[in-house]
Structures are given as structure tokens and as C-alpha cells.
Design a protein around this ligand. Structure first.
Ligand SMILES: Nc1ncnc2c1ncn2[C@@H]1O[C@H](COP(=O)(O)OP(=O)(O)O)[C@@H](O)[C@H]1O
Ligand SMILES: [Mg+2]
Length: 336
């Protein structure tokens, strides 16, 4: 059985399989052609990796997965390994050089790449302060154009020059970074997404089932994709939902692992109530945490969750909620 391309669970690498009503791919490409550097922000599973892969394939470039890159040396090695054949670089020599003087070696590799696109996925993970200065010199001295995805924590925040009082951010202020925010699909878009898959792949799903799936996954495209994929394989609506839950549980367990204790308690609180005002959220969080929490530490944790798009703030109602409804599974995941 051929896989339904729209519902393929891997990140997409071609435009035909990417549902793009808002024409984000074209926008990213337009910015790059004008020598701006897009920074794509948004919750997990909203197609950020897919966008970078498609753009790199269409415009020619190098894709770097920085989700496990921490240091500038690791970044250098990854750039090198991904460009060695295309640009005929001497792997052995550069490897030794990266060990000895990573920053200047990356600089000279970037110069060799010429007018190409370097797409760095999950840039916030690279904690080295050298990256900002590396990017500054790349901007001034090389022709390489960058595209990034990340969340508003760590480095990607510094790239935008919004982290307070840090010397590094000022070095990069006013540089060509343009941020593009990706938000969960609204109900209409989610319905269109599933309907498009139903039609193009001939998947048997009823309108009622689509309505239920749209409500369940609240516009997080990754879950809609997995659900659609199970349906295209012939699983029933209920069975498909159960299987998506199972995958989500494992993924979310992993994602929550790295968070701080107060952050976990806030997530658990929001899994118990759908929307909460600040003071209610704090009270519920404290009861889960079994101790009072200072305002500033609570606010700091909440801010981190908002910046990483795990929690959304409704500005009009001043209420907080989980961006991804599947994070509610955290109810049974985190122990206090
Ligand atoms: N607009 C879209 N059209 C088709 N599939 C999508 C779209 N956005 C995301 N997906 C699918 O959702 C899942 C998560 O996408 P990914 O690109 O890894 O997102 P992110 O990097 O934001 O976590 C993948 O299975 C991908 O194929
Ligand atoms: Mg990704």
C-alpha cells in the first residue's frame, strides 16, 4: 500500500506534500532572496523542520539539525560533514582545524560555501556565545544566507536582540533577522487539512470523525498527520486516536523531562483546568507543588513555558492554556 503523502509522518521535503494555505514556504524563500534571514518560531509539530527542508531542497543549501548540538565545535563538524561533498572540502584537514580553532575554521568554511543557504533547525540549543559573533562576521564577510528555527529561549532570543542587558545581543541588533511565527491551525484549516488528505488519498473518514479529530488535536499539524496516517492505513477513528495518544504520551514524556519542577507543576495544573487566570493558575500550581512559590520564580517558569510555546496566553482574557492539547496527557505522566 502506498503511503498517503500528505499524512507521511516524516518531516516533508517537497512542496506538493506540504499543506500551505498561508504560503509560508514562498514567504521564507522571498525573504532569503532579499538577503534577510528568517527565524521560524512556533510550537512543536507545526512543520518548522519541514519548511527548512523544503526550502533547502528548492533553493539549494545545507540543512543542519542542531537539536543535539551544544558547542561551536559540534556545529563546525556538522556544517563540515553536510557540505563536504557538495563543496569538495578536505574533510580531514578541516576536522583537525575545527578541533584547534573552531571559530576561525567555521569562518573559512562559510567563505568557501559562497552564495548558499545554511538552514539551522532548533538553533536555541547551541549555547555557545561564539555563534552570535560568528553570524555577525558571516553577515559582513561571506555570502552565506541563514535560515533558522528555534524557540524564543536561549540563542534564538539573543539573535533577535531581545534578551535584556546582554552584550551579545547588541552585537547582532538590527541585523537581517526576520521572525516568522507559526501558530496552530484554526478549526477551518484543520478541517481542510484532513479533508484534503481524505480526497487526495481516498481515505475513508466521515465528516463527523473529521470534526472530532479537529477538536481533539486543536490545530497541531503533527497529530493531525499521525491521525490521518492511521486512518489511511485502515484503522478506525477510535483506534487511530488511541494510537496517536500512545505516540503522544511517549513524545511528551520525553519533552517534559528536561523542564524544571515548577514548569512541570504548571503544565500539570493546566492539564486539570483548560484555561486559567494568573492567580488561579498559581494557586493550583502551588497545591500540586505542595508548597508556596515565590511570585518571581513562578513568573520565570511561566515565561519560559510561554517562550517555548508550550503555554499560550490569551491576551484579551488574560488566561493561560496548554498550546498542545495532548500535553494534557501530562496529568498522568508527572509525579509530585
Ligand atoms: N503543513 C503541513 N503539511 C503537511 N504535513 C505537515 C505540515 N506541518 C507539519 N506536518 C507534519 O507534521 C509532523 C511534524 O512536522 P515537523 O516539520 O517535524 O514540525 P516541527 O519541526 O515544527 O516539530 C510531520 O509528520 C510533518 O510531516
Ligand atoms: Mg522540528
Amino acid at each position: 500500500m502506498a503511503i498517503c503523502k500528505l499524512f507521511d509522518p516524516y518531516p516533508k521535503d517537497s512542496r506538493e506534500n506540504f499543506f500551505d494555505e498561508e504560503e509560508i514556504i514562498s514567504e521564507v524563500e522571498k525573504l532569503l532572496s532579499g538577503k534577510f534571514w528568517p527565524l521560524i518560531l512556533g510550537p512543536k509539530r507545526m512543520g518548522k523542520t519541514s519548511i527548512l527542508k523544503i526550502v533547502v531542497k528548492e533553493l539549494g543549501g545545507i540543512y543542519i539539525d542542531a537539536s543535539s548540538i551544544r558547542s561551536i565545535k559540534e556545529l563546525g563538524n556538522s556544517i563540515l560533514e553536510n557540505s563536504v561533498t557538495k563543496f569538495q572540502l578536505d574533510l580531514k584537514i578541516f576536522k583537525v582545524e575545527i578541533e584547534k580553532k573552531p571559530v576561525s575554521t567555521i569562518r573559512s568554511i562559510l567563505n568557501k560555501l559562497g552564495n548558499t543557504i545554511l538552514a539551522i533547525d532548533e538553533v536555541q540549543n547551541i549555547t555557545s556565545p561564539w555563534l552570535i559573533s560568528l553570524l555577525s562576521t558571516a553577515y559582513n564577510e561571506s555570502e552565506v544566507r541563514f535560515a533558522f528555527t528555534g524557540s524564543m529561549i536561549g540563542l534564538s532570543r539573543a539573535l533577535l536582540g531581545s534578551s535584556k542587558g546582554k552584550k551579545l545581543s547588541t552585537q547582532f541588533k538590527g541585523r537581517p533577522i526576520v521572525r516568522i511565527e507559526i501558530s496552530p491551525f484554526n478549526e477551518e484549516m484543520s478541517r481542510k487539512f484532513l479533508d484534503f488528505g481524505r480526497q487526495s488519498c481516498g481515505v475513508k473518514m466521515s465528516d463527523d470523525e473529521i470534526v472530532d479529530a479537529v477538536k481533539t488535536y486543536r490545530g497541531i499539524v503533527g497529530w493531525l498527520t499521525y491521525y490521518g496516517n492511521f486512518r489511511s492505513l485502515g484503522y478506525s477513528h477510535e483506534k487511530a486516536k488511541e494510537m496517536v495518544n500512545q505516540i503522544a504520551e511517549n513524545l511528551i514524556k520525553d519533552e517534559i523531562k528536561t523542564l524544571g519542577k515548577i514548569e512541570k507543576a504548571i503544565i500539570k495544573a493546566l492539564s486539570l483546568v483548560d484555561n486559567a487566570k494568573w492567580s488561579d493558575l498559581k494557586t493550583i500550581t502551588e497545591s500540586i507543588y505542595r508548597s508556596s512559590i515565590k511570585d518571581w520564580s513562578f513568573n520565570h517558569a511561566l515565561e519560559q513555558l510561554i517562550l517555548s510555546r508550550i503555554v499560550s496566553k490569551n491576551k484579551e482574557e488574560k488566561e493561560y492554556s496548554l498550546t498542545d492539547p495532548m500535553y494534557k496527557l501530562a496529568k498522568s505522566l508527572t509525579e509530585f
